[in-house]
Design a protein around this ligand. Structure first.
Ligand SMILES: CCCCCCCCCC/C=C/CC(=O)SCCNC(=O)CCNC(=O)[C@H](O)C(C)(C)COP(=O)(O)OP(=O)(O)OC[C@H]1O[C@@H](n2cnc3c(N)ncnc32)[C@H](O)[C@@H]1OP(=O)(O)O
Length: 392
């Protein structure tokens, strides 16, 4: 069925996607710039033709969408009818990339092809010093190269909403990054969003022990998740490529540097959702921007532009979206060349005296939230979102 669907889909595909089952070869790409050049892009297109295994329809749709975005820009086709399933799936995949810039789409295409290629290679084939991709993640892309471990939230069709699997995978990736040979770690998002925060469908999977058990386990998960950011030993940089919501905003207070595209916005609609602040924001935001501005965000749900977030100290620097990746990665590559031990020790000196306090704040926020999740205000808000989105 899937193969038949894919064959049908080929009629609407660029020709490079039509040949997709040959022996894999080592990927050689110019990784000198973290924004892919036209040559990298062409190499990646050739590489797709050499994949040994069919990567599956979902990946092919992603490749298709990124290719179209990189070459033509935002989706410009009329939406196919509901019964035209194949073309509708492709249109959806492309359209979901929104106004993602062509260069970013090109880079994401190259990264995706590269991760597909490396997932088919044995580790012994990876030459020392070349780009290393970690496979085994469903919701992330993780690469390590030139002293930088890059963790990319990779559920673009869901605006990188963080489901339970992604919480676990981020923790796993951070633990691995804390021990690998990279000097700095970067968190970013694939697609037009950085992240839409907690995946609200997390509320729907209620275990036999009922919603109380779910709330208790979720509080444990959240505490552990935020704890990983509090304890992360190397410089941690957020590359906020687009809008950020909820927990993806609050944990920014635990990052060492936050770079944002001027397309990014920062929104913590906790009261609207019947919830309360997490990610240590009840402490870090007050320190960063003072109680009144923190209240506007955390209590009244004021959405900040990137410029406003920068003026309030939450964001370190803002760049025009058209040059965002280039400018940010130029800086990051320079940082990664600094002596790693000195950077780690300096971070320790800057952050250590706050750690105990942060863990205490984290514990308190999680325990308050555990109660909030059981409230009518919260349940109603979640049901509203999910029914509007026909998830119930
Ligand atoms: C009993 C207790 C259990 C609790 C378990 C929790 C564990 C830890 C909790 C930590 C707490 C965190 C607090 C927060 O993060 S609060 C913030 C939560 N996020 C939101 O409220 C955002 C909700 N989403 C939106 O408002 C909009 O989707 C958007 C982000 C503004 C984008 O709007 P747009 O119109 O452009 O796009 P769509 O809405 O069509 O989105 C495309 C598809 O993505 C799905 N989507 C997007 N965001 C989420 C989300 N946060 N959760 C679930 N799904 C999301 C959306 O439904 C669309 O899916 P579809 O294509 O299948 O319809």
């Amino acid at each position: 069925m899937a193969i038949a669907a894919w064959r049908l889909a080929q009629r609407w595909c660029p020709s490079y996607l039509q040949v997709i089952s040959f022996p894999v070869v080592q990927l050689h790409m110019n990784r000198a710039a973290m924004t892919a050049s036209q040559k990298d892009f062409e190499n990646a297109m050739n590489q797709v033709k050499l994949l040994k295994k069919d990567p599956g329809n979902e990946v092919k749709l992603k490749l298709y969408a990124l290719y179209k975005q990189a070459t033509e820009g935002p989706c410009n086709m009329p939406k196919p009818g509901v019964f035209d399933l194949i073309n509708k799936a492709k249109w959806d995949a492309w359209n979901t990339l929104g106004s993602l810039p062509k260069e970013t789409a090109r880079q994401n295409y190259v990264d995706l092809v590269s991760s597909l290629s490396s997932s088919l290679e044995s580790s012994s084939q990876v030459e020392p010093g070349t780009d290393r991709k970690s496979t085994g993640y469903e919701t992330l892309m993780v690469t390590s190269e030139g002293g930088i471990t890059k963790i990319t939230l990779n559920r673009p069709a869901k605006k990188n909403a963080i489901n339970v699997e992604m919480y676990h995978e981020i923790m796993r990736a951070l633990k691995a990054a804390s021990k690998d040979d990279s000097s700095i770690t970067v968190l970013t998002g694939n697609g037009d969003y950085y992240s839409s925060g907690n995946d609200l469908t997390n509320f729907t999977d209620i275990p036999p022990g009922g919603v109380e058990e779910k709330a208790k386990n979720s509080a444990i998960l959240l505490r552990e998740f935020v704890g990983c950011f509090i304890d992360f030993p190397k410089p941690l940089i957020a590359v906020v490529n687009g809008p950020a919501v909820g927990i993806s905003v609050t944990i920014l207070g635990l990052f060492d540097v936050v770079y944002a595209s001027d397309r990014a916005t920062f929104h913590t609609p906790f009261s609207h959702l019947g919830q309360s602040p997490e990610g240590c924001s009840s402490y870090t935001f007050l320190k960063i921007m003072g109680p009144a501005k923190a209240t506007e965000m955390l209590v009244f749900g004021k959405k900040l532009t990137a410029g406003e977030a920068c003026a309030q100290g939450l964001v370190t620097a803002v760049f025009p979206d058209s040059t965002f990746q280039k400018e940010v990665w130029t800086r990051l590559k320079a940082f990664a060349k600094l002596p790693p031990n000195a950077m780690r020790i300096s971070k320790e000196v800057i952050r250590n005296r706050e750690k105990e306090k942060l863990h205490a704040v984290n514990a308190e926020e999680c325990s308050v939230l555990q109660e909030r999740w059981l409230s009518d205000e919260c349940m109603n808000a979640v049901v509203n979102f999910l029914s509007r989105k026909s998830k119930l």
